[in-house]
Write a protein that binds this ligand. Structure first.
Ligand code: DP6
Length: 414
């Protein structure tokens, strides 16, 4: 489909809101629904919110009486809001809860009962390549939801209500409504009213935490999360066991590790949970393989470094986690991040400059600054071993834990 641009100049008597929202990376994975329509999970989950300085979705929504229908473009392509069940569900849930639009002086610009006459125009984009297999539905739906909520003056009746709406766009999106460390409580009610996101700690709580995203996706087709988890629920006894026995105690231990900033426990639980999620994929029939040879190599490297640290009486260097694709997300602390980045650079960077290969827009590392990369410990180089031809990392993103959605602009032409 050709690229299109919607006209975003404000017609008279209209309002426009722009919002940005973050990606999140789960350390306790969500996989499996007990209700596919309401998007209710079979287990709770927990994630870190990735700083929008490195990756984000951005959405502008204009509401006007002049528009004939609701319209949307996503990364320059037309999306049919009304025929997308999920976009439509989120839009109608918020639209039906619209309140009076009031200006700073208290003057009512749009009365609650007049909203049905307004149609919307949505322009949404990600600043990271969707083709790289980086989860964009979480940030995209979190952004769409937050933007609509501000536009329609939506007021939460309970904490987390808005996240329960974002959840109906994409499950993991509910966790992107908050910054820092966020859990999605599975809830038990059949109507989903108690299945929403709760912030465990904000983005300032563990400032030393860093996140490296290693893109190992070579453009291959993967099983989408939605259909993959559906098959897993139907066929994997391991997934049922995980949901029943493993996740709840793990959630408690993870929350405690985060609150105490206990990196050793955090890292162990993160890696075990990623491994178990991928084991349930293998236990799915037919099996689903999300990790590739590069993913496995990175797992071996991280364990080799962590074993070395353990021998020296040190906490682990890093933790890996993988979503429904081969990209590695590495959680590590500031003290080890640059050395780790330099190691990955020496192992995986193809010909070309480090600045092209590593994106560090927040300036968290040596990349892009006129400084030398830190020396990589000799034992690390030995422990990591050598890389095979087919083990490729195409790009690296450097980030940290950051805030939730941000309303960046609000204007009207009344
Ligand atoms: C592996 O939220 O994309 O990233 O609810 O069907 O939209 P839907 O699925 P989605 O699944 C994400 C799965 C995961 C793990 C996680 O983020 O917890």
């Amino acid at each position: 489909m050709s690229q299109v641009t919607l006209d975003t100049t404000l017609p008279p008597n209209s309002i426009s809101v722009t919002c940005t929202a973050p990606v999140n990376i789960a350390v306790i994975k969500y996989w499996g629904k007990r209700d596919t329509k309401l998007i209710l999970p079979i287990n709770s989950s927990l994630s870190g919110t990735i700083d929008q300085g490195s990756m984000r979705s951005k959405t502008t929504i204009i509401a006007s009486k002049d528009f004939e229908k609701d319209e949307m473009t996503l990364n320059g392509k037309i999306e049919n809001i009304t025929s997308s069940k999920r976009l439509n569900a989120v839009l109608e849930l918020i639209r039906s809860r619209a309140e009076d639009l009031v200006d700073a002086e208290g003057k009512v610009l749009i009365k609650k009962e007049d909203w049905p006459a307004y149609k919307i125009r949505v322009v949404s984009e990600n600043n990271f390549p969707t083709a790289a297999g980086l989860a964009s539905s979480a940030s995209g739906f979190a952004c769409f939801t937050s933007c609509l909520a501000t536009l329609f003056s939506f007021k939460e009746k309970f904490d987390g209500e808005l996240s329960s709406i974002a959840r109906q766009g994409s499950g993991s999106a509910c966790r992107s409504l908050y910054g820092g460390w966020v859990k999605w409580v599975m809830g038990e009610h059949v109507d989903g009213s108690d299945s929403y996101a709760v912030q465990v700690a904000d983005e300032k709580h563990w400032p030393e935490m860093r996140v490296l995203i290693l893109v190992a996706h070579g453009g291959q087709k993967e099983v989408p999360s939605t259909s993959g988890m559906e098959t897993s629920v139907l066929t994997s006894p391991l997934l049922a066991y995980r949901a029943k026995e493993i996740v709840e105690p793990r959630m408690k231990a993870m929350e405690e590790a985060i609150l105490k900033k206990d990196f050793a426990s955090f890292a162990e639980i993160t890696m075990k949970d990623s491994n178990q999620f991928h084991a349930t994929c293998l236990d799915t029939y037919p099996p689903i393989f999300y990790m590739n040879q590069t993913s496995k190599r990175i797992i071996h490297i991280i364990h080799a470094l962590n074993d070395l640290a353990a021998k020296q009486g040190l906490p682990p260097v890093a933790a890996y986690t993988y979503d429904a694709g081969p990209n590695a997300v590495i959680y590590t602390l500031e003290e080890n991040m640059e050395k780790l980045l330099a190691l990955f650079n020496s192992l995986f960077k193809p010909t070309g400059s480090t600045e092209e290969w590593i994106a560090d827009p927040m300036g968290l590392s040596f990349v892009g600054k006129n400084v030398a990369a830190p020396e990589i410990p000799k034992e690390w180089v030995e422990a990591a071993g050598s890389i095979r031809e087919d083990e490729k990392v195409y790009n690296v993103f450097v980030s940290q834990v950051g805030p939730g959605p941000i309303i960046t602009e609000k204007k009207n032409s009344f």
